[in-house]
Design a binder for this molecule. Structure first.
Ligand code: SAM
Ligand code: SF4
Length: 340
């Protein structure tokens, strides 16, 4: 198969940091806005939205992405905020899909808009979907997302399946006392529906700064509970730079995984770089430094200048985050403004 590395599009040196980690995965946030208000992410009201003219245009996003692909990036994930609330998202997907044959183009979404967007996004070149869903109980969904929209997410998932996305991954953030009693029910449901479920540890990236280690449900505990209910075996061909640890159901009914960002950080193999919707490059979710590429893109700077900024950011990438250790500083922006 024709991969981006082999194509004529790769002619710049890889973006490699001082520890030898090479950037292969670009996370593009396309908006900080959202149609839900999940308690672990956003406040109920009063979010300070980015000014519209600070948002990168689709052309600016595609130019930055092209330079990254020329530096060997092989995967791009669109996120936010809720990426599907940005107008004409398929237009961006098409611009990105045209950058390189074989580019792994993915989207993380809360699923609400998938009933009308699953097909146009796929036709535009989107390959993979992650849909977030933390509970199967309607009242609880309403409390956690502060909107009564569980049925719409389920409709979105059905539309994604009908549109032919496979596999569809479902992300669930667990919080002690809120939904940790749903580990097995969520896993059973996802298994039956043919979705690949991944449990994510709650990270200190909420706007309200309510994160508390005692409310985090460690992935080892999740695996222990899953192990009591199902026969599982570790997936041996996991990509070492992928954050999820995945397990196969022994009866062949698919896979389930955990993302232990806090209790077992995977910083040593991180291959990611992030761009906020207002054009700030970040080398980590927890970085406290941002690099202003909007200014470069909006000047008459060359692509080489864009590459130079990316390269100097990557060279300064920290070895790892210090969550729950002395010296940890929560970034000023929350997850929805950085791009999860
Ligand atoms: N709105 C989309 C969604 O919810 O899928 C995309 C953006 S959201 C920020 C991306 C992912 O981050 C979601 O799976 C969400 O559950 C997760 N997330 C948000 N805040 C988080 C936090 N503080 N800790 C861990 N995961 C978080
Ligand atoms: Fe919105 Fe996603 Fe944050 Fe929930 S997690 S408030 S859906 S950005």
């Amino acid at each position: 198969m024709h991969t981006p590395q082999e194509s004529a599009t790769t002619f710049r040196a890889p973006l490699t940091d001082r520890l030898g980690r090479t950037v292969r995965d670009l996370r593009l946030s396309v908006t900080d806005r959202c149609n839900l208000r999940c308690v672990y992410c956003m406040p109920a009201e009063g979010m300070p939205w980015l000014p519209k003219d600070h948002l990168l245009t689709y052309e600016e996003l595609a130019r930055l992405a092209r330079v990254c692909v020329e530096c060997g990036v092989t995967g791009i994930r669109l996120t936010g905020g809720e990426p599907t609330v940005r107008a004409d998202l398929p237009v961006l997907v098409r611009l990105l899909a045209d950058l390189a044959p074989g580019l792994d183009l993915a989207l993380t979404t809360n699923g609400l808009k998938l009933p009308e967007m699953a097909v146009p996004l796929r036709e535009a070149g989107l390959r993979r979907l992650n849909v977030s869903l933390d509970t199967l109980q309607r009242d609880r969904f309403h409390r956690l997302a502060r909107r009564d929209r569980l049925d719409d997410v389920l409709r979105g998932l059905a539309a994604a399946r009908d549109a032919g996305y496979a596999p569809i991954k479902v992300n669930a953030v667990l919080m002690r006392g809120h939904n940790d009693d749903e580990i097995v029910p969520l896993a059973r449901w996802a298994r039956d529906e043919g979705f690949e479920l991944r449990f994510i540890e709650w990270m200190p990236l909420d706007f309200e700064r309510r994160w508390d280690l005692s409310q985090l449900v460690p992935s080892d505990e999740v695996l222990a509970r899953l192990g009591e209910a199902f026969a599982l075996e570790p997936e041996l061909d996991d990509d070492p730079s992928a954050p999820a640890r995945t397990f196969r159901y022994r009866d062949g009914a698919g896979r389930v995984g955990v993302i232990a960002s806090v209790t077992r950080p995977f910083c040593g193999t991180c291959d990611r770089i992030r761009l906020t919707a207002d054009g700030q490059v970040r080398t980590c979710l927890f970085a406290t430094t941002e690099y202003d590429i909007r200014q470069v893109l909006r000047s008459d700077a060359s692509d080489d200048a864009v590459e130079a900024l990316l390269r100097s950011a990557v060279l300064r990438k920290a070895p790892g985050h210090l969550i729950a250790q002395p010296g940890f500083v929560q970034p000023e922006r929350g997850m929805s403004a950085i791009g999860g």
